[in-house]
Design a binder for this molecule. Structure first.
Ligand code: PMP
Length: 407
């Protein structure tokens, strides 16, 4: 990414020019949510102003236009993920709802008491709790893959956990706390040797690295639009057709049915079987616009530039006395969690905020991981392609000042 490209990209994101407490905003909380380019916000406005009508059932001009835009968005998501069939894309409210859908529907169809589900210690709560709820409902057991000192999954432990009782494996592609990029292709291959399906939580991978669900051979792959520069409240579940056909609907209502009588209801075909109620057809078109925007820059270019930011940020952080970086995996995405001496992460975050710098502190919705590391939480700086080395320099200067005040 050269200087001119960066200037143009930053101009696409009006919020980056905001001041907070009279200071230039430095937004390093991209793992929580990303900022939105003008084209995504404008898409929402255009959709409401020019073709807002309920989709699929209306036989009038506006409804047909809105339906076409929504279904074209589904095709965009399928192409972005490298899915071969657009019917394999289900729109959900986001990653969390997508995992709940699979845990509920897959659990209903395929799990019985005594069965086991495998997750890992570095999962976000949304890839733990839905499975725990399933375990409670059906009398299953949750098995957990551990990590090594760098924050990498221990594949030897994983191999010992896979057995004839395992019904599904569900792991993150990238950790939202440690930044670790997990070897999901290998994880899937090992599970498939035993005919076990795998769900990959792609909330932190899809925005930062090239993902192709067909190459990975993932059975389910989920992500949220808001983490990839799209709107809040929408996301996607990719599921192999064979699995989506084999599991029951998640919610009942309009759209997901073929015919309804009081005696019997028959369900609609894919993908509508899993989309009860009026879908977020405004969100879906803005979601597709966000995908178009990042594709225009290029995912490989984004990944390479963010890797530069990661290396530069890590190197500069190490200048600070007492710096402890939490998560030093060999394959890492642009997330840096850290602690300095005995200073509480919350104090660092609060003072950085007053200097205009947005980072996140605490458990990052991954309490079991934080507990297993025996730490009170972390400060987390997470970069996007609109961030710059100059921002990292300003962050380091501010952090040195904050650490000086708190030491
Ligand atoms: N998984 C991971 C790895 C995440 O980082 C997040 C969001 N922090 C989620 C799941 C949940 O995503 P959402 O809140 O958009 O459903």
């Amino acid at each position: 990414m050269n200087k001119q490209e960066l200037i143009e990209i930053r101009n696409d994101f009006p919020i980056l020019a905001e001041k907070v407490y009279n200071k230039d905003l430095i937004y390093f909380d991209n793992a929580a949510t990303t900022q939105k380019p003008r084209c995504v916000v404008e898409k929402i406005e255009q959709s409401y102003y020019h073709y807002n009508a309920n989709i699929h059932r209306g036989a009038h001009f506006l409804s047909i236009k809105a339906t076409e835009a929504h279904e074209a968005a589904r095709t965009s998501v399928a192409e972005f993920l490298g899915a071969t069939k657009r019917e394999e894309i289900i729109f959900t409210r986001g990653t969390t709802e997508a995992i709940n859908l699979v845990a509920t529907s897959f659990g209903e169809a395929f799990c019985k008491p005594g069965d086991e589900i495998i997750v890992s210690v570095l999962e976000h709560h949304s890839n733990i709790v839905p499975w725990q709820m399933l375990c409670e409902r059906k009398g299953l057991k949750l098995r957990v893959i551990s990590i090594n000192d760098r924050g990498e999954l221990d594949l030897e432990v994983y191999k010992t956990l896979l057995n004839e009782k395992t019904r599904i494996v569900s792991v993150a592609h990238v950790s939202n706390v440690l930044g670790t990029i997990n070897p999901v292709k290998e994880i899937i291959r090992l599970a498939h040797e035993k005919d076990i399906p795998v769900l990959i939580d792609g909330a932190q991978s899809v925005p930062h690295i090239h993902v192709n669900v067909t190459e990975l051979d993932a059975d389910f792959y989920v992500f949220s639009a808001h983490k990839i520069y799209g709107p809040t409240g929408i996301g996607a579940l990719y599921g192999k057709e064979k699995w989506l056909n084999a599991i029951p609907p998640y919610q009942g209502g309009g759209e997901m049915i073929k015919s309804v009588t009081f005696e019997k209801t028959t369900y609609n075909e894919l993908p509508f079987k899993f989309e009860a109620g009026t879908p977020d057809y405004i969100g879906s078109t803005a979601f597709a616009e966000a995908l178009r925007y990042v594709q225009q820059i290029g995912m490989d270019k984004i990944a390479a530039y963010e890797h530069e930011l990661l290396s530069y940020g890590t190197e500069r952080l190490m200048e600070i006395e007492g710096m402890r970086i939490i998560g030093t995996a060999r394959e890492k995405s642009s997330v840096i969690s850290f602690l300095v001496g005995n200073i509480h992460p919350y104090d660092i975050g609060m003072l950085l905020d007053k200097l205009g710098i947005a980072v996140r502190t605490g458990f990052h919705c991954a309490q079991p991981l934080i507990d297993s590391l025996g730490i009170p939480g972390t400060v987390r700086a997470s970069f996007a392609f609109y961030n710059t080395k100059e921002e990292i320099d300003a962050f380091i200067t501010a952090l040195k000042r904050v650490v000086g005040m708190l030491s």
